[in-house]
Design a protein around this ligand. Sequence first.
Ligand code: PMP
Length: 296
Amino acid sequence: MDGTLVPWDQATVHVLVHGLHYGTGAFEGIRAYETDRGTAVFRLTEHMERLVRGCKALGIPLEWSADDLVKAGKETLSVNELRSGYIRPIVFYGTGSMGLNPVGASVHTVIASWEWGAYLGEDGIENGIRVAVSSWRRIDQNSLMPNAKGTGGYVNSVLAKQEALRGGYDEALMLNTDGYIAEGSGENLFLVRDGVVHSPPVAAGVLDGLTRHTVMTLLQEDGIEIRESVLTRSDLYYAEELFFTGTAAEVTPIREVDDRPVGSGRPGPVTRRAQQLYMDAVTGKLGAHSEWLEYI
Ligand code: PMP
């Protein structure tokens, strides 16, 4: 917390922090994996760079550089004696201003790490999840920046996630305000049709996911055609395969969308290939792209 190691139960903030009242913060989600050469954090620097960019976009003065955050992130894993796990950095306005204008409020930077298994469940990774198109639209580019990973924007994701769970589904899929496919509450979407892999462009109002980029790179290098495409709801129903990507969700197959089976209702070959390439990359078994692994 703000440059000092603090035990879990003392890592507290005041009830009047600006970030709590107005959602004025930005965060990241990062995973570390065990490899043959020890613990490696996957694309750690790029995650921290995205946080620095997010703070800039939201106008939050961050006193730390991406390099500082990289060092601190690694340190939290070491002191928590985690060989694999999840790292959550967050930057937010503290106390000092109770009005909307945050000038005068302190800025806090916190990095926590803990063990975290499959975000959408082991069964989800293995057999695929059930997804429904949400009644909530993904927050518009001109209302908030989906790409900045601002804390307040996640109220949109929480509403969609809760609605999906209450309806008996595992995850929500949000359309943007133009009615085109955007993303899950915390994952990017991929669609396979006629052997071509499609994902909505960032301009559709989605987070520029690092897992999305990783999977696109690996599948392309594997000889599969990748396109960024504006996708409609019927594209979902016609898809041979659908899957989600995200640091927490990794590569999670979607077996059903709006109560319609996706393809055969079992994870398809491109999804399986994406899962395998991704897991090989994060655990150092791929050989290529060792630049993505940042060892402790
Ligand atoms: N979309 C949203 C809304 C997210 O919160 C996340 C998780 N950070 C993603 C996509 C996936 O991004 P990444 O692959 O960088 O974790």
